[in-house]
Design a protein around this ligand. Sequence first.
Ligand code: NAD
Length: 365
Amino acid sequence: MATSTLPVTEQLVLSRMEKYDHEEVLFCHDRTTGLKAIIAIHNTTLGPALGGTRMWPYQNEAEALHDVLRLSRGMTYKSALAGLDLGGGKAVIIGDARTQKTEAMFRRFGRFVDSLNGRYITAEDVGMSTTEMVNIRKETSNVAGLPEEMGGSGDPSPVTAYGVYVGMKAAAKTAYGSDDLKGRKVSIQGAGNVGHALVGHLVKEGAEVFLTDIHPEKLDAIKREFPAVNLVAPEAIYDLDVDIYSPCALGATVNDDTLKRLKCSVIAGAANNQLANEELHGKAVMEKGILYAPDFLINAGGIINCAWERKGYNRQAAMNQTEEIYNTALRIFKASADLGIPTFLAANQAAEHRVSSMRDAGLRF
Ligand code: NAD
């Protein structure tokens, strides 16, 4: 049958998979537990596809599919750049994480993960906690992000924050000729798990930190611990006269509106998908003379931590490997400058090169 005669709904999945070269998509349904999930495996050249499960009340299936395809591809790039022997995958569960989680649902989900025979390994993402990972573990060993008392790696946020910190230092070295952050003005959006740990590194080094969050109690707690931190209102964060802007809350905060307001010369933070439109805003930051540290390059500490959990957890080894983000970032910034291309593109090309060179050498997982 010619492709064009297929109904639109069928074209939707395969043509999208073809666009970014996804290997496999598994749709999971269980009437009894109400489970509706999609697992996407983007690429397993370097190893099993590791990536978290996100539970979110998506408006419709198309939205959920779009998210899981985009996120799983991002994981291939993140792990490839971090030098991990892992591929890229991700899962989404359609539902409200506050009201719809049950043990049975996650055990059922665990069976679906298990049916992939180790090609996909899950972990936490938005809407998930270690409780769900423990329930998934009852049905499959292909899960990371378990609590420390179960031999897991616990909260990855301090490791992620360390990677963001060294990535920021590499950006400072490239932009200012020195990676010393003493006296540098840094604005951080998001006083969550990563933001909190990042404040600690920056204050210790003598940076002048400006911090915002939509929840004042989180700001108050950090202010008590680090009195030198300057607290600002959420919208004011984009208008500050700072050297470095560090998005550690939401994606898409580098956009048409904020680019008119940002006065920084470096953007380096933890949030995923910071560029509202990768092509457009990746080019725009470069033209504005801002050095953008690609998010998937410098927030890889969490996945590095999960990778060590699979090998036998060693926090110091995870931190040491995370520190390598500094050198990788320097290489990416240099390639970007040498080739005259945006940093996100230099990072994408480096990740694609690693994947294709292993595939071409017959070293497929
Ligand atoms: P978190 O939920 O602990 O913290 C996010 C914080 O951002 C919260 O305190 C929230 O109140 C705040 N926030 C939300 N909207 C905001 C707004 N408009 N303005 C200001 N603050 C706002 O999350 P986290 O674990 O600290 O992760 C931070 C970011 O880094 C997320 O985008 C996450 O996807 C990404 N990330 C985290 C890890 C990790 O290991 N935790 C790894 C990779 C990427």
